[in-house]
Design a protein around this ligand. Structure first.
Ligand code: PBG
Length: 322
């Protein structure tokens, strides 16, 4: 039979397939999210995220050494407080679990890039990402607090701060606060396009950060919107973001691809807790091949346009890529 072209010609052998491969996953692309809790000697597994643990700063530093040993260049730190209150005041405490963990990491694993998540939801008694005035999340009052949180992270030695709250104007507020205090060289990785996603469920377990009333739809984005994502990203670029992020990853690959077209900043994608737990759960049931599905999801996120991938699979993936 005479065919115009036979794409299978280049798929016949592994060596040939490798030669024409378009996208590569590298260990350098990965960022490993970690959870810091107050105390000493604390290690708790997160029930809904097999293999993911919460660590006190001392043990977190130990774990981070093995993360770095696998060739993963960076971690993203989330924190839990001793006590939650209305305004999430512990989020900016120099004695907080995140701030302590950052100081330890900078001392004990100096080559590792330390990124900190800047938000209030893990620290507020109501579980929202901002302060509440008259039953609403008060945008501008929250900005000041976020700036203080970011500053406390920079003072502890954070290499990059990553605001995930979705308040309007927070990149500008954080940039100004950092610059004023001599941290003009600390980059901002902005959760620029963060959807109000149900895939965050297991994370809220891990960070004990589920909203106690209502939901996050008045500040996180509607999953139905794509044009709005470009606007959100544009604003963050104008406000001084250094890296843009899309979150979650797999359900929003179209958004990632569009941002890749429109912006020339480095682009990150967050494969969130629910994306991780779905694969883990199906694999535990024997319904999916965990390794294969993990690698397929990660390469797809790269192919769509991500330079960097935040994933709870980072250690497993790095082990395979070594
Ligand atoms: C905090 C924050 C959340 C995640 C990252 N930062 C949760 C949320 O917005 O409810 C989710 C991460 C994940 O699901 O892995 N604002």
């Amino acid at each position: 039979m005479e065919l115009l072209f036979r794409p299978r010609r280049l798929r016949r052998r592994d060596a040939l397939r490798k030669m024409v491969r378009e996208t590569f996953l590298r260990r350098e692309d990965l960022i490993y999210p970690m959870f810091a809790v107050p105390g000493k000697g604390v290690l708790e597994e997160v029930g809904s995220m097999p293999g993911v643990c919460r660590f006190s700063p001392d043990l977190l530093a130990e774990e981070a050494k093995s993360v770095a040993g696998l060739g993963i260049p960076a971690v993203l730190l989330f924190g839990l407080p001793q006590k939650k209150d209305d305004t999430g005041s512990e989020a900016a405490s120099p004695k907080g679990a995140v701030q302590q963990a950052v100081r330890r990491l900078k001392k004990e694993v100096p080559g590792l890039v330390v990124i900190t998540d800047v938000c209030l939801c893990g620290y507020t008694s109501h579980g929202h990402c901002g302060v509440i005035e008259r039953n609403e999340i008060d945008n501008d009052a929250t900005l000041e607090l976020l700036a203080q949180v970011a500053l406390s992270h920079a003072e502890a030695g954070a290499d990059i701060v990553a605001p995930s709250d979705m308040m309007d104007g927070r990149v500008a507020a954080i940039r100004e606060a950092l610059d004023e205090r001599g941290f003009e060289m600390v980059p901002i990785l902005s959760y620029a396009v963060k959807y109000a996603s149900s895939f965050y469920g297991p994370f809220r377990d891990a960070a004990a950060s589920a909203p106690q009333f209502g939901d996050r739809k008045s500040y996180q984005m509607d999953p139905a919107n794509a044009r709005e994502a470009l606007r959100e990203a544009m604003l963050d670029v104008e406000e001084g973001a250094d890296i843009l992020m899309v979150k979650p990853a797999l359900p929003f690959l179209d958004i990632l691809a569009q941002l890749r077209q429109e912006f020339n900043l480095p682009l990150a994608a967050y494969q969130v807790s629910g994306e991780y737990s779905m694969i883990k759960a199906a694999a535990q049931k024997g319904w999916l091949n965990e390794e294969a599905v993990m690698l397929e999801s990660l390469i797809s996120i790269k192919r769509a346009g991500a330079d960097l991938i935040l994933t709870y699979f980072a250690k497993e993936a790095a082990g395979l890529l070594a």
